[in-house]
Design a protein around this ligand. Sequence first.
Ligand SMILES: [Zn+2]
Length: 72
Amino acid sequence: MTCREVAEVLHDYVSGELDDSENGEIFRHLQNCESCRAKARQMQELRTRIRDLLRTPAPGHLRARVLSLRSE
Ligand SMILES: [Zn+2]
């Protein structure tokens, strides 16, 4: 697998949406490829951050503002 091919499916890989054989191929590539490993790590961190953001409830005043906007 080339770095290019890995880059194309890396998002699916970190999302856990690939099947076992694809997962295995990418895993092996990442073990031997520093730059793809860094990319995978960044993508993983981004995913975690977005998930945390979505999980954090909006502050009260922001929520009130959104609600008031909706009723206009
Ligand atoms: Zn690579």
